[in-house]
Design a protein around this ligand. Structure first.
Ligand code: AGP
Length: 618
């Protein structure tokens, strides 16, 4: 989703802003822009629809000036166009703003400001909600307020969640940043005689690993020597920065053609890192030092609700399965965007587990705050981003240690979330006494095989590429699974949709004959997830029904399963796994199939159209 960068210092801001925006490209965007101010207050605003290369190509002469802000926009209000791209200036040109988030009451505010604009012989320059922000700030400056007070006052008028960065011609040596609600973060980076800001850490790492995260309600004034923050309580302070240990090399693509491919291959390591020190077999323990929820609290849990969106929702569905099977606790899953607007029946003995790789997905955060406000039930966040909003809202967090995920399609964070959910199920089962010590040790021992299951699944890359090539002109796919493989069928279909733009549906195989079977014919390939497990025979029946309609079948089953292999058109063998562990063996194959279909169609794999890495708008 939208990205923000900013710079103040001795160097020329323009190239630094452009380079920072490049590092945010993975978030997804449709236009971009920068604003640079020199020490005399001369302002240059450059913006373009399209990719960053279009913006760069349009710059005839890089503006001079050591202060600036930049933005990649993912359109919400107003089509992607040059005029709607950020930054946006106040009508008198004094204040320039970029925003992540939505000004929900922008229509009201535009109507309120309309007469003043008309009186001054000016008009709105864009169709965006953002443009009201510089206008509100500049109106406050005009009545003699300080810029900090003008920002506080302007932000108090906005409804919705907003992260903004601003510069002003009246104060040319500074940038300002503010955060209100959960529209994504703002990170401030410390250099020597220079300072940086960005919506995401990766945009800063080439310059500094000394950072400070803005909290909800913070307004920051940043000059080349440091930052002063007015917090939600409005007391001014100089924050103490943190040292982050993210390796810039970890976010480089290395020898891989795409970040997605790199991240698929990183899954065994991401799993090992997530499990390391948290799953011990002798004596058995799970998440012993990691979960800030005591066994007493876990013992009192009578029900678990696992929520998320997209791929994280599919992980939540598998988590539900493990919590029921391993921990023996009633469990449900829910789509966070639906849950937050319902009035479900929860209580203090319900544990709510939110799965969100970014920790900033607005619907998931909305659901978490719904839980907190309405029931005060204990909450756990499973996320890849330490310090993200989800970690702050939850009572306890499980960090999935996957390293930065740059490809828009979640891959290694899916695997990492699965490992965290499995560990949680084990811990919960043991704390409640529903899992015997021997079964606890056995379940943990099985989990320790997950990295190698994934690794062997990745070994099928060439086979996936060959099959994807053969089916790359299909316009539809049906993906079938049963039991624990049903959520994986949905994840496979999501990956096909988002990467290949192919219509794909994930279905519980038992549901197929209740409607979807009507679609099948010789041009409609079906992917069947069919490892040998308790429901294998039922999957075989579903495959027979598909074959009887002459639809081509691509089956993913256990290595060496000749009975299945000879029955279908294409077969991909994955390592046989215990019934609860099959998601680890199958995950890389469904990801690689979607990757290779997209590759053979020549699509933009790391930044699929219309998608954003972190969805911070409703
Ligand atoms: C997955 O490939 C998608 N990019 C998307 O569905 C994603 O999983 C969803 O937006 C949730 O994101 P989160 O895990 O950061 O909350």
């Amino acid at each position: 989703m939208c990205g923000i960068v900013g710079y103040v210092g001795r160097q020329s801001a323009g190239p630094i802003l452009l380079e920072g925006l490049q590092r945010l490209e993975y978030r997804g965007y449709d236009s971009s822009g920068i604003a640079v101010i020199d020490h005399d207050g001369a302002l240059a605003v450059l913006k373009r629809q399209g990719k960053l290369r279009d913006l760069e190509a349009s710059i005839e002469r890089m503006p001079s000036g050591g202060v600036g802000i930049g933005h990649t926009r993912w359109a919400t209000h107003g089509e992607p166009s040059d005029r709607n791209a950020h930054p946006h200036a106040s009508s008198n040109g004094d204040v320039i703003v970029v925003q992540n988030g939505i000004v929900e009451n922008y229509r009201e505010l535009k109507a309120e400001l309309h007469d003043e604009l008309e009186l001054a012989g000016r008009d709105w320059q864009s169709d965006t909600d953002t443009e009201v922000i510089p206008e509100l700030i500049s109106r406050e400056l005009a009545v003699g307020r300080s810029i900090e007070d003008a920002l506080i006052s302007a932000l108090s008028r906005l409804r919705g969640a907003n992260a903004i960065a601003a510069v002003s011609r009246r104060h040319p040596g500074r940038i300002y940043a503010a955060r209100k609600g959960s529209a994504g973060g703002i990170v401030i980076g410390y250099g020597e005689g220079e300072m940086f800001i960005a919506s995401d850490l990766p945009a800063l790492l080439a310059h500094t690993t000394t950072v400070h995260h803005l909290e909800d309600g913070d307004i920051a004034t940043i000059d080349a020597d440091g930052v002063t923050i007015q917090g939600a309580e409005r007391e001014a302070f100089r924050p103490t920065p943190l040292q982050v240990d993210l390796d810039p090399v970890a976010i480089a693509r290395g020898p891989y053609r795409h970040f997605m491919l790199k991240e698929i291959h990183e899954q065994p390591r991401a799993l090992s890192d997530t499990i390391r020190g948290r799953a011990r077999v002798d004596p058995p323990s799970a998440l012993a030092d990691d979960l800030a929820l005591r066994d007493e609290t876990l013992r009192g849990i009578e029900r678990v609700l696992v929520i998320g969106m997209g791929t994280s929702l599919h992980a939540a569905m598998i988590g539900r399965w493990w919590i029921e099977q391993i921990a023996g606790v009633p469990a449900d899953f829910d789509n966070a965007s639906e849950f937050r607007f319902r009035a479900p029946l929860l209580g203090p003995s319900t544990l709510v587990v939110s799965v969100t790789q970014s920790g900033e997905t607005i619907d998931t955060l909305g659901a978490m705050s719904h839980v907190r406000a309405r029931w005060g039930a204990p909450q756990i966040a499973i996320t890849n981003v330490d310090g993200s909003e989800a970690t702050r809202m939850a009572d306890a967090s499980i960090l999935i240690r996957c390293g930065p995920e740059v490809g828009v399609a979640s891959t290694k964070t899916f695997a990492g979330s699965l490992a965290a959910l499995y560990l949680l199920a084990c811990r919960l089962g043991r704390a409640r006494g529903s899992l015997s010590e021997a079964d606890f040790a056995d379940a943990l021992e099985q989990l320790l095989t997950a990295p190698s299951l994934v690794d062997r699944g990745i070994g099928q890359a060439a086979r996936c590429a060959e099959i994807a090539q053969r089916h790359n002109s299909a316009t539809n796919f049906l993906v079938l699974g049963r039991g624990i493989e049903y959520p994986l069928a949905m994840e496979a279909a999501l990956k096909c949709k988002e990467l290949s733009y192919v219509h794909a549906e994930g279905y519980a195989a038992g549901e197929m004959k209740h409607g979807p079977i009507a679609l099948l014919d010789g041009s409609f390939p079906v992917i069947a997830l069919a490892p040998r497990g308790p429901l294998f025979d039922k999957m075989m029946s579903a495959i027979q029904q598909v074959r009887a309609r002459r639809a081509p079948v691509i089956a993913v089953g256990d290595e060496g399963d000749d009975e299945l292999a000879t029955m279908v058109d294409d077969f991909i063998g994955v390592p046989p796994a215990p019934p609860l562990l099959t998601p680890f063996a199958l995950t890389p194959v469904i990801q690689l199939l979607a990757y290779h279909i997209a590759l053979s169609r020549g699509l933009d794999i790391d930044q699929p159209r219309n998608l954003a890495k972190t969805v911070t708008v409703e």
